[in-house]
Design a protein around this ligand. Structure first.
Ligand code: HEC
Length: 106
């Protein structure tokens, strides 16, 4: 009795880890499209804000400010039009988990 249950739960765990891996790959591909402008791993070198290591809620709040017209946006509204909210969530969560950019020299 115990063996089939163990086998079933192991199979479930393996199946779930497969799903997690697939989602990670999809999130990475998604985040790579943002990295075109926001820099590798979200470390921007220029005027575009870095995303790496910043709290997800802060990043989402910045986007909400643009969506609701409280803050100007040159391109992000057009970019956001191409993604579902859950994709934006996944990308922001991924960037917030990346190490922050190294401090710039004075
Ligand atoms: C074509 C370039 C471009 C791409 C691609 C892009 N961004 Fe942006 N992003 C910008 C610019 C420029 C800003 C500054 C606001 C503006 O001018 O629209 C910005 C601002 C932001 C901000 C606000 C940061 C802050 O604190 O001010 C977030 C969060 C953000 N982008 C997330 C994303 C995510 C997530 C993706 C991928 C789904 C993405 N961006 C793709 C150019 C881009």
């Amino acid at each position: 009795m115990i063996r089939p249950i163990l086998a079933a739960s192991l199979a479930g765990a393996i199946a779930l880890s497969g799903v997690a891996a697939a989602q990670d790959g999809a999130t990475l591909a998604l985040a790579a499209t943002c990295a075109t402008c926001h820099g590798p791993n979200g470390h921007s070198q220029g005027a575009i804000p870095s995303l790496a290591g910043r709290p997800q809620a802060r990043l989402q709040a910045a986007l909400n400010d643009m969506i609701e017209g409280r803050r100007p946006a040159t391109i992000m509204l057009k970019v956001l039009a191409g993604y579902r909210p859950d994709e934006v969530d996944a990308a922001l969560a991924w960037f917030s988990r990346q190490p922050p950019p190294p401090a710039t020299a004075p």
